[in-house]
Design a protein around this ligand. Structure first.
Ligand code: ADP
Ligand code: ZN
Length: 614
């Protein structure tokens, strides 16, 4: 006799095989699914690409009723529904982009129980209309996607998420599953409290993304550095470039286009139509580069983003992890590249100093920034440090980050730090003046600038005592002191100031170890092509040509249907088909990613493409 759990597990496995075309569950997917199918609440932390969606989609198919999925990603609901429809799952969505007819149709289907999943924006769920609608149907479960949006201290806070605590009060018997790709243990506790998920079982996966290579390079000429990264390592690849401001998004996109890279801009200053069109193109066309502010990217499930580049410093490690995590969902080699310099530290410290909000809020921002700076300045493995930040200790050096590949040199920067700090100390007496990092470095290098002459700073005892270092090296000293809290920035103009800890260095009670600034930096350290080039390189010549044919077929098919190519089949599935060259539908059905519905729909066409190539 089989226990109820075993029956459900085999139901779940059957659904995985038949509907999604996959052989086996990944990580703890099965445990989560069993738990939710049995009616339990769950909080799931899994990195991007880990396979969170199946954790609620399969329970949605196994349990009676309609699963209600709360997601902030209105612009992506259509794609999510298309992807489910493509495998024969009945899904719909309700959001503000629909006309009344479409709404009515989805509402009717929901009430009649003719849907497996219903996607809803959180702001909609807060309305009486939506709540009354939900009361008229039968709900199998609530899935709360991007659950970290409920965290007020987080980087993606959405006020509407706070209202989701009512789900538990209003529908106490419906199991809830909250999912996120980012959370420190503090955020996790906050999610559980705010969503009233106090009884929920927590499922925490490793946050490691082994296929992503992390690199952080000194910022010199960021656009040129970016361009050589794209040319040397990612020609023709799809990727995302993050910039802090709208203006720099525009300029960077123009620069790339002028240099022959197919790039599109995305920021909140563009009208909604342009934003949506650019996002659509990025998802649907191969090999586009999206240059964007962090307004872009949450929930983008394009599997073949080969690189994420940051031209400005992210405000927190959570943000960095989340944004870089958009690379390589398909598990193939990808690059996370960040250019970081003194100006980033000055600017962000200034922004915190002048930000609205109380002291606690500013402290919170500063703590987040400090952790990000520590990651930038570390001489240890970046991955180990990232994982430690998320509470996962004990990892060994990864061999796939810049500090592992080319261990940075360190030097004893104590004397240099003392020279710089005493310059700041001397300038500090002219309190009402504004002297930033550049001026201090000029003094140390003994430059006769107008400003130095004007203030008579060539008479300071530190004038010209720092000629043993190059300007870039002095900027590195300032940056590292700022990062370590041995120096501070004040006011709107980024005036340098001493901190309590500065005294330890000035008083020779503290040794300061620094990273050596490289003479020249282009894009960083690994210069062999990664991305698409490597993906194809592993295939035999024959398989490569099949793969290209299959991609051609997929592009045409996707265009006809108006869906992204990956909704038809992922690269990984096409690669497998190209390698195995199945001769029959039965053989084709055994390939991972080919489920019942896609087999019926595309099986003959695929076999025809393969036969043509013979
Ligand atoms: P997340 O939402 O966690 O970022 P997704 O749910 O989008 O990840 O899944 C990432 C990719 O992995 C998708 O292409 C998905 O189809 C695939 N995937 C998920 N689970 C499995 C599995 N058990 N076997 C094979 N592929 C899977
Ligand atoms: Zn490493």
């Amino acid at each position: 006799m089989t226990s109820p759990t075993e029956t459900r597990t085999s139901d779940a496995l059957r659904v995985l095989n038949r509907v999604f075309g996959y052989d086996a569950f990944r990580g703890f997917q099965r445990e989560v699914i069993d738990h939710v199918v049995a009616g339990g609440d769950a909080l799931v932390l899994m990195p991007t690409g880990g396979g969170k969606s199946l954790c609620y989609q399969i329970p949605a198919l196994v349990r009676d009723g309609v699963a209600v999925v709360v997601s902030p990603l209105i612009a992506l609901m259509q794609d999510q529904v298309d992807a489910l429809t493509a495998v024969g799952v009945r899904a719909g969505f309700l959001n503000s982009t629909q006309d009344l007819d479409a709404r009515r149709q989805v509402e009717r289907a929901f009430v009649a129980g003719e849907l497996d999943l219903l996607y809803l924006a959180p702001e909609a769920l807060g309305t009486r209309g939506a709540q009354q609608l939900l009361d008229r149907g039968r709900i199998s479960l609530f899935a709360i996607d991007e659950a970290h949006c409920v965290s007020q201290w987080g980087h993606d806070f959405r006020p509407d998420y706070l209202a989701l605590s009512m789900l538990h009060e209003r529908w106490p018997d419906v199991p809830r599953i909250a999912l996120t790709a980012t959370a420190t243990s503090a955020t996790r506790a906050e999610i559980a409290t705010r969503l009233k998920l106090t009884e929920a079982r927590h499922f925490v996966a490793s946050f490691d993304r082994p296929n992503i290579q992390y690199r952080i390079v000194p910022k010199r000429e960021p656009r040129k550095q970016l361009l050589s990264l794209l040319r040397d390592e990612h020609p023709g690849d799809a990727g995302i470039v993050y910039c802090l401001s709208r203006a720099s998004v525009e300029k960077t996109a123009e620069f790339l286009v002028a240099n022959g890279v197919a790039a599109l801009p995305y920021h909140a200053g563009l009208d909604a139509g342009t934003r949506a069109a650019n996002q659509q193109r990025f998802l649907r066309e191969d090999g586009l580069v999206m240059v964007a502010t962090i307004a872009f990217g949450m929930g983008i499930d394009k599997p073949d983003v080969r690189f994420v580049a940051h031209l400005d410093l992210p405000k927190s490690v959570e943000g960095y992890y989340q944004e870089t995590g958009r690379a390589g969902r398909d598990g193939l080699p990808s690059t996370a590249w960040l250019a970081y310099g003194l100006q980033d530290v000055v600017q962000q410290r200034k922004m915190i100093e002048t930000s609205d909000g109380d002291l606690a809020h500013r402290r919170n921002l500063a703590t987040h920034l400090d952790a990000m700076l520590a990651l930038c300045e570390t001489v240890r493995c970046r991955r180990v440090q990232l994982l430690e930040y998320f509470g996962q200790t004990g990892a060994a050096g990864c061999g796939n980050c810049d500090t592992c590949l080319t261990p940075p040199e360190t030097w004893d920067g104590t004397v240099a730090a003392q020279k710089l700090l005493s310059t700041v100390y001397r300038l500090d007496r002219e309190r009402n003046q504004r002297f930033g990092a550049g001026h201090c470095v000029d003094i140390l290098l003994g430059k006769q600038t107008d400003k130095i002459t004007q203030y008579g700073h060539d008479a300071l005892s530190t004038f010209g005592i720092g000629t043993e270092l190059r300007e870039a090296e002095w900027r590195g000293v300032v940056r590292q002191l700022l990062a370590e809290g041995l120096l501070a920035v004040e006011g709107d103009y980024g005036t340098l100031a001493l901190t309590d800890a500065s005294a330890e260095v000035l008083g020779r009670r503290r040794v300061v170890t620094m990273r050596r600034e490289p003479e020249r930096v282009a894009s960083g350290r690994s210069a062999k092509p990664r991305g698409a080039a490597t993906v194809v390189a592993e295939l035999s010549p024959q398989a490569t040509s099949l793969f290209e044919r299959l991609r051609g077929w997929r592009a045409t098919t996707a265009k006809e249907q108006g869906v992204p190519a990956y909704v038809i089949f992922h690269d990984a599935t096409l690669r497998q088909i190209a390698t195995d060259a199945p001769a029959s539908l039965a053989e084709l059905s055994r390939i991972s990613g080919v489920g019942e519905n896609k087999l019926a729909k595309y099986g003959e066409q695929i076999l025809a493409v393969l036969a043509e190539a013979d």
